[in-house]
Design a protein around this ligand. Structure first.
Ligand SMILES: Nc1ncnc2c1ncn2[C@@H]1O[C@H](COP(=O)(O)OP(=O)(O)OP(=O)(O)O)[C@@H](O)[C@H]1O
Ligand SMILES: [Mg+2]
Length: 746
């Protein structure tokens, strides 16, 4: 509904139109009337003038005659006749400036008069005898003009009035009514909701009017459609943008240059525990403590001052559920389309997982590097120990049993054994492939070694074993698993000096993506889980981070090497599983070993206990190949003592020469890693090809080489590899290995 103001504006448009029409019509009427009246006036004046000319032509001669003959009566009659002429009001004859005769009145205003000379013509000369003075009345002319003016003006006034009424009606129906409709339509438009186009009922001569108002209505309709389409497109793109920002897994927020929030996404709403509508208009001081808010504000100010982005990591706590995240915050200056700095855009990405993963990768790399290092050291260490042990055993044999030096020899041998144990553990940690993989049922395995575990504990520790039914099988090296479980049990014992309980459990576990998200070191799949828990002293964060490092121990010197868990870690890694440690100071520790499931039947597994066996002897000829003289000497001593004949070669090349030149060699006992370009494997291959009846026994302290061969395609080398004698070896181990090699089928 139009208000009063608008109403008067409507009336004023039509009124002004009417006034303009009236004024224009009046002015035109007046001008045309004036022109008309002026013409009429001139015509009237010309009529009087014609009258005067008539008088001159018709009456002047007769008046002159009557005057010449002094016919007064005749003169009077003529003058009265003239006075009756239209508009003539007074006629007089003047002779010698005296009025001789006069008719009519001459005391009226607004007259027009003319004098005519009266002459007498006697045939030769003309004699002036007087004047005729005729006066015509102009008042009647004026009266006529006035009357006519009145009639014209009155009729025009009536005409104008009628035209105005008609115009007012027409203007209202043709323009004002539809203008009002257009105004009402525009005012009622909301750009949302149902759209009804503007329709005017215009009547035209042709039936389909195409006047300005129809065109205006069409223009408004198409503008309306365009606007709606534009608005719809804008809504869609705004919606898309909003969905995009809300779908982002990052925190997104916008602040103006005064630190006031302008917008944010749904994740940010969760951080603040408030809806966007409650965040917008507020500052960090409304949500965080002063110190924190000061920090955020100073970051924003830095971005605004430098115009460059600012990046830092921070821990945030979500107000909605209280969980925390380590986020990387990036703040960027935000500019309007005309380049004006309007605020700061903040994006926060959760890097908790990434950090965890980085840490995981860093740890894995560290373990790999340490593994390589220790593997290398252990190899050399083994060779040295083999020399020491061999010489000690020679000394032992050469020394009388009752000699008191035997005791020293035994002590030295024990020291070497400890050293060998360390080297074995180091190799067990650094190896990437299992030695002898068997398919096992863990439950049976645990039952078999239960006694062994119990023996490793003190009486004050109770052992509880809970084995899951239908446990899946695993493919692992059983020796590794014995080492691992014994180690974990001994660790548990040491963590419970005052007694407690040790639980060993087994279970089938399927690890899914969700588990991997939280434990990036694992992988998706089916696993057999063995957990070893104790109720001991537990570990603090610092210890927990280092327990897998080789040589990390909190035990007194001599009590622990710090290699136990490194071995467990090495074993689980090369089995394709992973290790999880849960520990709480004062409450206890749980180690969980996840070993990958295999879909094969388990072999019957028993833990071998070596009997004291009679050492096998022989009389065959053995070629000992080793680049280290001391090791060669030890081997030669043992072999000759066992009855064998020996030959020695310093490297692969020399060994091959001997084999070609010297007949009668039954066995080649060779080191694997040797200088001179020909290693033990090459020697073995050549011998096998050229003299297949000669047997081969390899020895090595370096497992890496062994692992390469394990994956080789050459079945002969793989077979040789499985019978390899690990350094350091003792007399007994050498005796059995040599005998086994010699009795091997071709
Ligand atoms: N169950 C446990 N409870 C508390 N701490 C433990 C436990 N197991 C291991 N640890 C800690 O981890 C360290 C390293 O253990 P690891 O088995 O690798 O070496 P160690 O037991 O010290 O020596 P080694 O096993 O070579 O005899 C231990 O010294 C101890 O501090
Ligand atoms: Mg240990």
């Amino acid at each position: 509904m139009p208000n009063e103001n608008e109403k008067s504006r409507f009336t004023s448009v039509s009124r002004r139109l009417i006034i303009y029409i009236v004024l224009t019509s009046t002015v035109i009427t007046l001008v045309l009337t004036a022109v008309q009246l002026f013409r009429d006036y001139n015509m009237d004046l010309r009529g009087i003038d014609t009258q005067f000319q008539q008088i001159e032509k018709v009456h002047l001669l007769s008046i002159s005659e009557t005057l010449w003959t002094i016919d007064t009566e005749g003169l009077r009659i003529i003058l009265e006749g003239l006075e009756n002429l239209a508009d003539v009001v007074h006629v007089s004859v003047i002779v010698n400036d005296k009025i001789l005769a006069s008719v009519g009145t001459d005391n009226i205003e607004n007259t027009i008069s003319q004098d005519f000379l009266l002459v007498h013509n006697d045939g030769e000369t003309e004699i002036a005898i007087g004047h005729l003075h005729v006066t015509a009345d102009l008042n009647t002319v004026y009266q006529r003009i006035f009357d006519r003016a009145l009639i014209i003006l009155f009729s025009n006034a009536i005409k104008t009035l009628l035209v105005v009424c008609a115009m007012a009606f027409i203007i209202h129906h043709i323009i004002i009514k539809d203008l009002k409709k257009i105004t009402d339509f525009i005012k009622s438009q909301k750009l949302q909701g149902q759209y009804v186009p503007l329709e005017l009922t215009r009547i035209g001569f042709s039936g389909h009017p195409n006047d300005e108002l129809s065109i205006l209505a069409d223009a408004i309709n198409s503008m309306q459609t365009e606007l709606r389409m534009g608005l719809e497109a804008k809504d869609i793109s705004e919606q898309k943008l909003r969905t995009l920002i809300d779908t982002l897994p990052d925190l997104v927020w916008l602040k103006d240059t005064n630190g006031v929030y302008i917008a944010c996404n749904q994740k940010f709403e969760r951080l603040r525990g408030a809806k966007q509508s409650d965040i917008v208009g507020k500052t960090d001081y409304d949500f965080s403590d002063r110190e924190q808010a000061d920090f955020y504000t100073s970051n924003d100010s830095e971005v605004i001052a430098t115009g460059s982005l600012n990046r830092h990591e921070t821990e945030v706590v979500y107000a909605d559920d209280g969980h925390s995240e380590l986020i990387e915050k990036i703040k960027t200056p935000m500019y309007s389309s005309d380049g004006e700095l309007v605020g700061v855009l903040g994006v926060g990405r959760d890097i908790t997982e990434r950090k965890k993963l980085d840490e995981q990768v860093r740890h894995a790399k560290k373990m790999e590097a340490v593994g390589q290092l220790t593997g290398g050291i252990a190899h050399d260490f083994n060779n040295i120990l083999a020399i020491v042990l061999g010489n000690l055993e020679i000394l032992e044999l050469k020394t009388d049993k009752s000699d008191e030096r035997q005791d020293r020899i035994q002590k030295a041998k024990n020291g070497v054994k400890r050293g060998a144990d360390i080297a074995r553990k180091l190799l067990s940690f650094s190896r990437t492939d299992a030695e002898e993989v068997s398919i096992l049922s863990i439950n049976k395995f645990v039952e078999n070694i239960e006694d062994l575990i119990a023996k490793s504990l003190t009486a004050s520790i109770a052992v509880e074993i809970e084995l899951a039914k239908d446990l899946w099988n695993v493919a692992i090296d059983p020796g590794d698993l014995v080492d691992a479980l014994l180690n974990l049990s001994i660790n548990a014992r040491d963590a419970m000096p005052d007694g407690g309980a040790l639980y060993i459990e087994t279970a089938n576990k399927t690890l899914d993506q969700e588990y991997i998200r939280r434990n990036p070191e694992g992988r998706v799949g089916d696993f057999v889980m063995i957990s070893v828990s104790d109720t001991g002293i537990g570990m603090n964060e610092e210890t927990r981070e280092k327990v897998l490092d080789p040589f990390f121990t909190t035990k007194e010197p001599g009590k622990g090497t710090g290699l136990g868990l490194s071995m467990v870690y090495g074993f689980v890694q090369r089995s394709g599983g992973h290790l999880k440690i849960y520990s709480e100071v004062g409450k206890g520790t749980t180690f969980r070993l996840y070993l990958p499931r295999v879909n094969k039947t388990a072999l019957q597994q028993h833990v071998e206990v070596l009997d004291e066996r009679q050492l096998p002897t022989g009389s065959e000829t053995v070629l000992v190949v080793d680049d280290e003289e001391e090791l060669r000497d030890v081997a030669v001593f043992y072999l000759e003592e066992l009855g064998y004949t020996t030959l020695v070669a310093e490297d692969g090349l020399q060994a091959l020469e001997f084999l070609r030149d010297k007949p009668g060699i039954d066995l080649v006992f060779s080191d694997v890693v040797m200088p001179g370009g020909i290693d033990g494997y090459q020697v073995a291959k050549t011998v096998h090809e050229e003299q297949p009846s000669i047997k081969i026994l390899l020895t090595s302290g370096f497992t890496k080489k062994k692992e390469e061969i394990r994956n080789s395609d050459d079945q002969y080398l793989v077979k040789l590899n499985s019978g390899m004698l690990d350094k350091p070896y003792n007399r007994e181990e050498l005796a059995f290995a040599v005998r086994d090699a010699l009795s091997e089928d071709d």
